[in-house]
Design a protein around this ligand. Structure first.
Ligand SMILES: [Zn+2]
Length: 465
């Protein structure tokens, strides 16, 4: 990998800092809506470096929207049961949501949950498998609809429905610890000093190479009559616990199922993915992995247990966003030529795993114009004590912990995979150690720390405004 000199441009307030009108007296309105985004069965699934074709719907994939309004402030947060949200889809959907609702573009966020049992609709594997199918059949039998357009339409619909459902709410927010331990750092030091992702049960594993974030964040909404309306749960754990070939939202499906058993069938459970680029559910000391049902149900139990202790939020809504120019990795022409040949072998077992990963990464980098990628960091202030930060990409947990530590808010909820699928965002330390996530990453070392700095500045502005 050739690194150009590191230049990380921080363009503060480039997408506007929504004027925070002191309006603590105005009531907070929230609307929530779920819209089905499941593609036709037969569409490819995303998540691994091999072709997988969907065979059934285990549970329908959803775009879940939350609309917040107080005084003149408006914020829309949509979270989709997808591996990631492509920049093309988020840009299209956000513009159309702004047109349809009047919410400023900088106050609209579209995220993904990272479920690995959702469609493959963008990126180097999609492009490669689609081109192969077209060459063979004249058209792609796995793509019977224009899914990116369908998806953007449904995301817009979810935001419009959430706005229409807006009503005065009582908001409670707080956090607690996971119970039982569900998440584990998946990078380990081996005896030879190297770092390996998901090493399995081998004798030379020394210790995890990074931390986890054990916190479960909960925002709980009740209507004016005090009836439970919906919940926003955020937890840092990779959504890759299901596997197979059936569409599924992974463990958040069971979280909602269990919360609906407690609060009624119309209760909406929105799940936001905390920073977990290097965190998954594999406990090297356990004989068996926990299932999606066990994880989702455990999270629901945790939410219900902490509920009586959650403090009420005195609402004081505001939002802010900033763009950060992060340098991309670059490769010489001969490596690009090699990668274009090698991608044809991905999934055939003729390449080493990390060779497959690198080939996909290098081919993908050629589709991105310029030498930098402009990433958005956004923040929502819900009250004087509580804020949400959203970041693009699969963020290493240490970066999320750093955002929380630097935040002036009592509770800072950090959600990843917002607006763009920029693959892994490792720490500088992890880049130096190497391993799967760093080979898969598109950005240069230091990009993640720049996002953390930007988030810190946004949170300070929102706290002092
Ligand atoms: Zn991942």
């Amino acid at each position: 990998m050739i690194h150009a000199p590191l230049r990380i441009g921080l363009v503060l307030a480039a997408i506007g800092f929504a004027a925070a009108i002191p309006c603590a007296a105005a009531e907070l309105q929230v609307g929530m809506a779920s819209v089905d985004i499941t593609p036709p069965v037969g569409c490819r699934l995303s998540g691994y470096f091999v072709e997988r074709v969907s065979t059934a719907v285990h549970d329908p994939l959803q775009a879940k929207a939350m609309y917040f309004a107080q005084g003149d402030e408006r914020v829309v947060l949509v979270i989709c049961d997808l591996i990631g949200i492509s920049r093309t889809v988020s840009t299209d959907a956000r513009k159309r949501i702004a047109d349809a609702t009047g919410v400023p573009l900088s106050n609209i966020i579209v995220c993904a949950t990272h479920t690995h049992t959702a469609p493959l609709y963008f990126g180097p594997m999609r492009e490669h498998l689609h081109a192969m199918a077209v060459a063979k059949h004249g058209s792609d039998p796995c793509e019977t609809i224009d899914y990116p357009k369908f998806l953007a339409d449904r995301i817009v619909q979810s935001a419009i429905e959430a706005r229409a459902a807006a009503q005065p709410v009582k908001l409670h927010a707080g956090s607690t610890m996971q119970e039982p331990p569900l998440s584990f750092n998946r990078r380990y030091f081996l005896e030879d000093g190297s770092v390996r992702t998901n090493p399995g049960r081998r004798k030379d594993v020394v210790r995890p190479a990074g931390p986890i974030d054990p916190v479960v964040d909960v925002l709980f909404m009740r209507d004016a009559a005090g009836e439970p309306m919906g919940c926003f749960t955020v937890f840092s754990l990779h959504l890759d616990t299901t596997g197979g070939t059936e569409f599924s939202a992974d463990y958040p499906f069971y979280l909602e199922k269990s919360l609906r058993e407690a609060f009624g069938p119309r209760f909406v459970s929105v799940f936001g993915l905390g920073t977990c680029g290097d965190v998954n559910h594999i406990d090297l000391k356990a004989a068996q992995r926990r299932t999606a049902a066990e994880i989702g149900t455990a999270l629901a139990d945790t939410v219900r247990k902490v509920l009586p202790e959650l403090p009420a939020v005195e609402p004081d809504l505001a939002a802010a966003g900033v763009r950060v120019d992060v340098p991309l990795q670059s490769y010489p022409p001969d490596k690009v030529v090699e990668a274009r040949e090698r991608i044809k072998l991905v999934g055939t077992r003729k390449l080493e795993f990390l060779e497959e990963v690198e080939a996909c990464k290098i081919v993908d980098l050629q589709t991105r114009p310029g030498t930098t990628v402009t990433l958005e960091v956004q923040a929502i202030r819900l009250g004087r004590d509580v804020a949400i930060v959203t970041l693009p990409g699969e963020i290493f947990v240490e970066l999320g912990l750093a955002v929380k530590k630097a935040s002036p808010f009592r509770q800072t909820i950090v959600v990843e995979l917002a607006n763009d699928a920029v693959a892994y965002v490792p720490t500088k330390k992890a880049f130096a150690e190497g391993g799967y996530e760093t080979v898969n990453s598109r950005i240069q070392p230091g990009g993640g720390e720049a996002l953390v700095d930007a988030a810190g500045q946004l949170l300070s502005q929102l706290a002092s405004n």
